[in-house]
Design a protein around this ligand. Structure first.
Ligand SMILES: *[C@@H]1O[C@H](CO)[C@@H](O)[C@H](O)[C@H]1NC(C)=O
Ligand SMILES: *[C@@H]1O[C@H](CO)[C@@H](O)[C@H](O)[C@H]1NC(C)=O
Ligand SMILES: CC(=O)N[C@H]1CO[C@H](CO)[C@@H](O)[C@@H]1O
Length: 482
C-alpha cells in the first residue's frame, strides 16, 4: 500500500513535469509570439492572392450602376453630442427617420450590436442640421461615396476599364480615376450621405458598441430615381462589358415615390439586365433594405437576371427570410459562425436556382459571395464562367483589412484573427470540421454542383473607415473572377 502510494506520488510528479514540458513544447512550436500565427496567415493569404491576376493590357471591362454621392465621414457619437441629442432610453427600429428622437432610437438600435445600417431622413430640416454640424466637426472627412463609385474606383485601381452610371457634379467627375467613364447627367448639387462611424467599444450613454461599424443617413433627391439609366443604357451597348454590376438600390428604400413610380423604374432596369448579352456576367450587390415592397420588386425584377450576388451577414438572412416567405429581418447576429452562414448560403443558392428553374427565364445563380467581419465565404458553381475562386476569396479577405485600416500594406500589429481554430461546415449534426491552417488559410471544397471557399479575415484593430468596406471587398473578389 505504502509503496504503491509512493509510486503513485512520484508518477504524479513525473506526470506533471511531463505535461508541463508538453505544454511548453506546444507553446514554443505553435508560435514564438502571438503575432507568429498572424504573420503566417498573412503571408499565405498574400501568396494565394498573387496566384491570379488582372491582365493590365487587355483590361477587363466593367459597367457599374447606379448613382453616387459625397460622403461626409464623422465620428457618430461626437456628432450626436454636438447637436445635443441625448442618448435615448429606448433603442427602436424605424423604417424612416422623421425627427431627432427617432434618430436617437434608431442609432442606439444598431450601435450596440454594431450592425451596419442605412436610413432615409424625410425631415429635411433635421438632415441639414446634421450636415451643418458635420461640416464644423473637427476630424471630419469628405470622400466620393455610393456603392457604384466605390466599386468603380476599386475596379479601376485593380486594372479594369469602368463605365459608371450616375449623375454627378463636375468636381465629382474630376476626382474619379482616368479609367472611369461616367454615363449620366451633370448636376449642381450632389446628394450628401452622412456616415456616422464608431469604433469597437465606443460608448453612447448606456450603450457600448460590440464592433466597429457605421450608421448612415441620407436625404437623396437624385439617386432614388436612377436618373442615369438612359445614358448608361446607351453607352453600355458599345462598351461590351465583361461584367455588369448593379448596386445602390437601397436609395429607393422607403423613399416617397409616387404610386407605381418605383416599379416602373425597376421594370426599366429589369429590361436593361435581361438584354445584356450572355458574355456579360451580371452581379447584384445587396444592401441594407427594410422596405418589403422594394425587396419584393427586386426579387422579381433584378435578382433573376444576376449570375452573382454579394452581401454581408445582415443582408443574407434578410434576403433568405423573404425567399422563405417571411418578413424582413432588420437586425441579425453581427458576428455569425461559419457553419450558420454556410447553411444560409446553401439555402439561398438552392432557393434562387429553384425559382429560376420554375420561371424558365433569367439566369441561374452561379456565384454567391458573403462578407462578414471574421471571414469571407463564396459558393461558385463548378464549370461556370467564374475563375480563380480561391484567390478571389483571399483577395476579398485582404481587402477587408486594407479598407478598414486605410492602408494597402497590411500591418499584422493592427490585426487579429477572430475566426476559431477550426470551423464546422454546417450546423447539421456530425458535420465535418475544417482546421484553419496557417500555411493554407483559404479552405475550398466541393459539394453538390458547386465549390465553397472560406477565408479568415485579418480583422483591422485600428479602424480608419468601415463605410464602403463591402463595396471594396466585393469588387476585389470580382476582379479576379472575370
Ligand atoms: C424636423 O426636425 C426638426 C429639427 O430637429 C424639428 O424641429 C421638427 O419638429 C421636425 N419635424 C417633424 C415633422 O417632425
Ligand atoms: C410581418 O410584418 C407584418 C407587418 O409589419 C406584421 O404584422 C407581422 O406580425 C410580421 N410577421 C412576422 C412573422 O414577424
Ligand atoms: C483602403 C481601400 O482600398 N479603400 C478603397 C475603397 O474604394 C475607394 C473608392 O474607390 C478607394 O478610394 C479606397 O481607397
Amino acid at each position: 500500500m505504502a509503496a504503491e502510494a509512493r509510486r503513485g506520488s512520484s508518477f504524479m510528479k513525473y506526470g506533471s513535469v511531463a505535461s508541463l514540458l508538453v505544454f511548453l513544447l506546444a507553446y514554443w512550436c505553435r508560435s514564438p509570439a502571438p503575432g507568429g500565427r498572424l504573420d503566417a496567415v498573412l503571408s499565405s493569404l498574400l501568396r494565394a492572392e498573387r496566384k491570379a491576376g488582372v491582365d493590365h493590357f487587355t483590361r477587363p471591362k466593367v459597367a457599374i450602376g447606379f448613382g453616387g454621392c459625397v460622403d461626409i465621414i464623422v465620428d457618430g457619437v461626437t456628432l450626436l453630442n454636438k447637436i445635443g441629442l441625448p442618448p435615448t432610453e429606448q433603442p427602436l427600429h424605424h423604417d424612416i427617420i422623421e425627427n431627432a428622437e427617432q434618430l436617437a432610437q434608431s442609432f442606439a438600435y444598431f450601435f450596440a450590436p454594431g450592425a451596419a445600417s442605412e436610413r432615409f431622413v424625410v425631415n429635411e430640416t433635421l438632415f441639414s442640421v446634421l450636415v451643418e454640424a458635420s461640416r464644423e466637426l473637427p476630424g471630419n472627412r469628405w470622400s466620393v461615396g455610393g456603392n457604384a463609385p466605390v466599386m468603380a474606383g476599386r475596379m479601376a485601381m485593380e486594372g479594369c476599364d469602368v463605365l459608371l452610371g450616375g449623375s454627378f457634379s463636375s468636381e465629382f467627375n474630376e476626382v474619379l480615376s482616368q479609367h472611369i467613364t461616367v454615363a449620366g447627367n451633370m448636376i449642381d448639387e450632389p446628394d450628401i450621405h452622412l456616415i456616422l462611424e464608431y469604433p469597437s467599444g465606443a460608448t453612447w450613454g448606456p450603450y457600448t458598441s460590440r464592433r466597429a461599424n457605421r450608421y448612415i443617413v441620407h436625404s437623396d433627391d437624385h439617386n432614388p430615381y436612377l436618373d442615369s439609366l438612359d445614358e448608361f443604357e446607351k453607352k453600355l451597348r458599345d462598351f461590351r462589358a465583361d461584367l455588369l454590376v448593379v448596386g445602390g438600390m437601397q436609395m429607393m428604400d422607403n423613399f416617397p415615390f409616387r404610386q407605381g413610380e418605383r416599379e416602373a423604374l425597376l421594370g426599366r432596369l429589369s429590361h436593361l439586365l435581361s438584354s445584356a448579352p450572355l458574355e456579360t456576367s451580371v452581379h447584384f450587390e445587396m444592401a441594407s433594405f427594410v422596405d418589403e415592397g422594394l425587396m419584393v420588386h427586386l426579387m422579381k425584377l433584378v435578382l433573376p437576371h444576376a449570375d452573382s450576388l454579394g452581401m454581408n451577414e445582415q443582408e443574407l438572412p434578410n434576403l433568405l427570410s423573404l425567399f422563405r416567405g417571411s418578413n424582413v429581418t432588420v437586425l441579425s447576429d453581427p458576428n455569425p459562425r461559419v457553419a450558420t452562414v454556410l447553411d444560409q448560403m446553401r439555402e439561398l443558392y438552392r432557393l434562387v436556382n429553384q425559382q429560376h428553374q420554375l420561371s424558365g427565364s433569367g439566369r441561374p445563380l452561379t456565384r454567391l459571395h458573403v462578407h462578414t467581419l471574421a471571414f469571407q465565404a463564396m459558393i461558385v458553381t463548378r464549370g461556370s464562367q467564374w475563375k480563380n475562386t480561391m484567390s478571389a476569396t483571399a483577395k476579398a479577405s485582404l481587402t477587408a483589412n486594407r479598407h478598414v485600416c486605410g492602408s494597402s500594406d497590411i500591418d499584422p500589429n493592427k490585426a487579429r484573427l477572430i475566426m476559431d481554430e477550426s470551423f464546422s461546415v454546417s450546423r447539421r449534426e456530425g458535420s465535418q470540421r475544417i482546421p484553419l491552417q496557417e500555411s493554407r488559410p483559404v479552405s475550398c471544397w466541393d459539394e453538390d454542383n458547386y465549390q465553397i471557399c472560406v477565408a479568415p479575415v485579418l480583422v483591422c484593430t485600428e479602424v480608419y473607415q468601415t463605410a464602403g468596406g463591402g463595396d471594396n471587398i466585393s469588387a476585389a473578389g470580382l476582379v479576379l473572377q472575370i
